[in-house]
Design a protein around this ligand. Structure first.
Ligand SMILES: Cc1ncc(COP(=O)(O)O)c(C=O)c1O
Length: 451
């Protein structure tokens, strides 16, 4: 695939120390007064700060763009929405409305998908730990179960015998596609023959039937050609597996991993340059899977992308709570949101925008969170004009993995709002209260409490 040539252009950036006019292409104070047409100050007035805000429009657009890209190279494709990436009900609903199945990796996520009305046979069940009762339910409900290890295959065999029915399964395969580290702790390794051994077990079983092959290479994979290499290796594996079982494979699941336009720490180039378009990934897969399309009925291709579809739809509004000068001379701002809400800040640098123009000298600033913990740093160094208390900052993209991996630690978790395509804000999750946090606790009985 050749890179598309883009004409060089010059950008006027102004003097960073006296940036009067706010945003520029170079990271001097970027201004975002609104999200999807709704003023940041109005969102904070109505829902408080901090506040997660999602754009329904962006979610749907990302989904359609990715789906069209893959469908154009492999028409028999379905997406499975990766629940772990963001399992807020309204987010899942948007992707299910777009046509996605549910891709789940635990009993909790399975139950959540069922509660949202997803039928069992529209659920892809992955993950290294599937408790027996969850597996039994998934077998009964006809979901697509991708076995992770030999013990799980034994469990599935036992369930099949108990229910007196054959059990169709997929095998999860890990392989060397040239990206490191290899996620070799999940599934059966291809290169050392373990994946072939798993197929032999299925051949020798009266109960298990091989329906599919699954492979999730990892996350935020910048090297699109890894998908081509994986698809080529899996094609060989499918040929071998089909000749061993005597049955055509029903599906190939290539997992997720396509990056969002997020800035991975340590990557020098900005995401607009470093992150290839989804069409490039689709082309890599499509080229190596063409042979499957020539079959009378081509196996279904599943993809389970999470971050690529939702990350850029999410923003976090946070406010300055304190302004300090540290002994080493750094300007420090304490925000009302920190690593408690931004799990991904460990790996990604967020775009930081101000909700209003502020003049003045730009100075290197450190953004601290509200936790009484030294490690609570949102951004080590960013050039900002002097901010006043109460000033709002908008951090993005934060739509993937944050509102699921956030911690209820020291602080309550805030509300999450979706700006509907109509422009109306919709509260997807209200802010937590003391009653929510203590709902699962029991205090000691009155007579044991003491004074
Ligand atoms: C099995 C599986 N599928 C899909 C995903 C989604 O990955 P991503 O958000 O990188 O697309 C993950 C996440 O690690 C996963 O483990």
């Amino acid at each position: 695939m050749t890179e598309r040539y883009s004409k060089p252009s010059m950008v006027r950036v102004g003097n960073p120390l006296y940036a009067k006019h706010g945003s520029s292409a170079q990271g001097y104070p970027l201004i975002r007064e609104s999200i999807e047409g709704v003023a940041v100050k109005d969102l904070v007035k109505a829902h408080d700060s901090p506040l997660f805000v999602f754009s329904e429009r962006v979610m749907r657009e990302k989904y359609r763009q990715a789906y069209d890209a893959v469908r154009s190279v492999y028409p028999n494709v379905r997406f499975g929405w990766s629940y772990k990436t963001n399992y807020l009900s309204a987010v899942c609903r948007v992707f299910h409305q777009e046509g996605a199945l549910a891709e789940v990796v635990s009993r909790f996520e399975y139950e959540k998908a069922r509660r949202l009305g997803v039928p069992g046979n529209q659920i892809i069940f992955n993950g290294p730990h599937k408790p027996m009762d969850a597996l039994r339910r998934a077998v009964r409900e006809g979901s697509l179960i991708n076995a992770d290890h030999f013990g799980e295959m034994e469990d599935l065999e036992a369930i099949g015998k108990e229910l007196k029915r054959p059990v169709k399964i997929g095998v999860r395969v890990n392989l060397n596609a040239g990206i490191y580290p290899i996620w070799s702790r999940f599934g059966f390794n291809l290169e050392n023959g373990q994946a072939a051994a798993a197929v032999r077990c299925i051949v020798n079983s009266k109960t298990l039937k091989l329906a599919g092959v699954h492979c999730h290479l990892g996350t935020f994979i910048l090297d699109s050609s890894a998908y081509g290499r994986a698809a080529a290796k899996l094609s060989e594996f499918i040929r071998a597996a089909e000749s061993m079982t005597g049955r055509p494979i029903e599906y190939l699941d290539l997992g997720g991993g396509i990056p969002s336009r997020s800035h991975l720490k340590g990557v020098y180039q900005p995401p607009e340059i470093a992150v290839p378009g989804v069409e490039v990934y689709a082309a890599e897969m499509g080229a190596k899977l063409k042979w499957l399309l020539s079959r009378k009925s081509a196996p279904r291709l599943y993809l389970e992308n999470g971050r690529h579809l939702v990350d850029e739809a999410g923003y976090l509004i946070t406010s300055v709570s304190a302004d300090k000068l540290l002994p080493d001379g750094r300007r420090a701002y304490v925000l009302d949101a920190g690593v408690n809400l931004l799990y991904t800040s460990t790996w990604y640098k967020f775009k930081i925008e101000l909700d209003r123009q502020t003049g003045g000298v730009m100075e290197p600033s450190i953004l601290l969170g509200p936790l009484c913990m030294n490690i609570d740093v949102v951004e080590e160094a960013v050039l900002l004009p002097r901010l006043s208390r109460g000033q709002c900052l908008v951090l993005s993209p934060v739509g993937a993995y944050n509102v699921v991996q956030w911690m209820q630690f020291i602080q309550y978790r805030p509300a999450v709002v979706m700006i509907r395509e109509s422009g109306e804000p919709f509260v997807m999750r209200r802010a937590e209260t003391l009653a929510d946090v203590t709902a699962c606790e029991s205090d000691l009985p009155d007579d044991e409490r003491g004074a």
